[in-house]
Design a protein around this ligand. Structure first.
Ligand code: ADP
Length: 370
């Protein structure tokens, strides 16, 4: 069966299932009438192994999403078909917030810095937009978001570089599947590795993972400077910087020197991570870097066997955080084994599985819009 034909059949069936379900009291959350329920159907995206049915999830909680997913799968199985469900908000939180006005492509040189300090911004030759990805603490998925953002932008036809500036735990070599040292050009510049359509430079290429370099202040500044300005980036539409976690010296050195087009903050939904996210956000704000948005990683648990969704941490805190700080949530990514496996296997999950690519698309769109 052609994928077009299969998508058509699935579309008809999913619409029918939604229409019928709306008549059952336990699925009243789908809408006031069968036609409202029908309108929740967004489309079918053909996948490698299974198609993905996109359903608008506005106003639905996780139990309701799970119940609908079970129903859809059961009904489709009766026709010998299957589809994974991807829930998407029609009126996302991002839509309700005004996106920051990011101004010109390269911020004017020497913009006033925090506390009126005059910063000496030094653009990176050939690089149009630099986007920094930060997190208040480690292990929240900042690098995973960075590599998928970079690979996703490249898949959209953008010329992209990824600079893994996390000197304490460089992850790009593992997550992009790159091994071996970098080459040096005739004029003594570093030639980045190229993988998944992205030019990659990492502190990891400069150190032995079993004997980490003990970086001291001046060395850090020098090494950062080299990574930025002594790398043969060529012409890039976007350079994504995977910052070290936290708001220390490295981050400040970097933000004070490189003209950033925008910053993205990654957080998990727990309160403690959010407290750190406050700091990450304040760092961008104080240094007058436009914040493109907040990515909620590991937002809920998605079981890799049955697809059941479990809202372990709850959504209220992160929504309140975004509302309070007036920033849009530009991505909600579940905690799922497939994401970890893809990262460990050196392939951004966005290139591996269209179903997961959908989770990262809003982040990519926000960057392209920004
Ligand atoms: P950070 O850069 O914030 O330290 P990483 O991106 O390195 O965090 O992620 C830490 C670990 O968690 C990695 O093993 C990564 O593969 C895994 N991970 C990140 N996001 C997810 C997710 N959404 N689902 C499953 N595993 C994840």
């Amino acid at each position: 069966m052609s994928s077009d034909h299969q998508s058509n059949i699935l579309s008809v069936l999913v619409v029918e299932i939604l229409t019928q379900a709306a008549l059952r009291p336990e699925f009243a959350f789908l809408g006031k009438s069968p036609s409202e329920a029908r309108e929740r159907f967004i489309g079918i995206v053909p996948g490698e192994n299974t198609a993905v049915a996109q359903i608008a999830s506005d106003g639905m909680n996780l139990d309701q999403k799970s119940a609908l997913e079970v129903l859809l799968q059961k009904e489709l199985a009766q026709h010998g078909l299957s589809a994974t469900v991807y829930y998407k908000r029609r009126h996302s939180f991002a839509d309700r917030m005004t996106l920051p006005d990011n101004g010109p492509t390269q911020p004017p040189p020497n913009r006033p810095g925090a506390f009126g300090v005059k910063m000496q911004l030094k653009p990176i030759p050939g690089v149009k937009k630099v986007i920094a990805v930060s997190s208040g603490k480690g292990g929240v998925g900042k690098s995973t978001v960075s590599v998928n953002l970079a690979a996703g932008l490249a898949a959209q036809g953008q010329a992209v570089g990824l600079l893994d500036a996390d000197l304490y735990g460089p992850s790009a070599p593992l997550m992009m599947g790159i091994h071996g040292p970098i080459s040096i050009s005739a004029d003594q510049k570093m030639i980045p590795h190229e993988k998944h359509g992205v030019k990659v430079m990492s502190f990891g290429f400069m150190s032995d993972p079993y004997h980490p370099v003990i970086w001291r202040g001046p060395m850090i500044a020098k090494a950062l400077e080299q990574l930025f300005y002594q790398t043969v980036w060529g012409e890039l539409d976007y350079l994504i910087i995977d910052l070290p976690p936290g708001t220390g010296d490295v981050q400040l050195t970097l933000i004070e020197n490189v003209p950033l087009h925008g910053g993205i903050v990654v957080s998990t939904p727990q309160a403690v991570a959010l407290l750190d996210a406050h700091k990450g956000l304040s760092m961008f704000e104080k240094l007058k870097v436009p914040v493109l948005g907040l990515v909620e990683n590991m937002s809920h648990f998605r079981c890799s066997s049955c697809g059941h969704l479990d809202d372990i941490f709850g959504q209220a805190q992160i929504e309140a955080f975004a509302e309070e700080r007036k920033i849009p949530i530009i991505g909600r990514i579940p905690l799922h084994r497939r994401i970890r496996e893809a990262s460990d296997g050196g392939i951004p999950v966005i290139n591996l599985d269209p179903e997961f690519a959908l989770y990262y698309m809003p982040i990519i769109e926000a960057v392209l819009r920004g």
